[in-house]
Each structure stands twice: as C-alpha cells, then as structure tokens.
Write a protein that binds this ligand. Structure first.
Ligand code: ZN
Ligand code: ZN
Length: 96
C-alpha cells in the first residue's frame, strides 16, 4: 500500500446560521447552519436526504472560500484572514 498523499489548504471557517419559516406550517421555523464544509438543517428534507433548499440558499450567499478552488486567485493574508470575507480560516487536509 502506498502512503496516502494528503494536501493541506486553508478554507474559510466562517459560520452561518439562518432561520427559515416553514412554507407549509407557519408555526414551524427551520434552522440552517453552515460552517466550512459541514452543513446542517432541521427541516425534514435535510433529515431524509441531507439536501434542502435552505442549505442551497445559504451556500449561494456564504463565502466558502478555499485555497484549492480559489478561482479568483486571492491570497491568504499574513494574519491568516479569509481573502473572501475577512473571517476566520481553518486548515484542512484532503487526500489527493
Ligand atoms: Zn432545510
Ligand atoms: Zn470567507
């Protein structure tokens, strides 16, 4: 077995939390959270499929900057701040 080669990179670790009123039951509110690569929502869609429109909306608006997919060529600043939003960064490793 060859050694697993991993690469480490910076990604934005800013956390987002948003409440969405249910469209079918006005007394119910779903809470969607997103941080780095992990997302979670309290709605039934997420419980069953780990996919829902709330997270999709959050993903579109969130920073989610990461060094590997850095399409805009932005550099991590010396004080380790996200070049996309100025928020916290976290080091992340991935097998290549
Ligand atoms: Zn949801
Ligand atoms: Zn960011």
């Amino acid at each position: 077995m060859p050694d697993l080669i991993t690469t480490s990179f910076w990604r934005c670790d800013r956390s987002y939390r948003r409440e969405f009123p249910s469209s079918s039951d006005t007394k119910t509110t779903y809470v969607a959270t997103l941080q780095g690569l992990s997302a979670h929502c309290t709605c039934p869609g997420w419980q069953y499929h780990e996919r829902c429109k709330h997270i999709t909306i959050m993903m579109k608006q969130a920073c989610l900057w990461n060094e590997l997919w850095n399409a805009k060529g932005m550099e991590v600043t010396d004080d380790r701040r996200c070049p996309g939003c100025g928020g916290e960064l976290a080091s992340f490793s991935e097998a290549v």
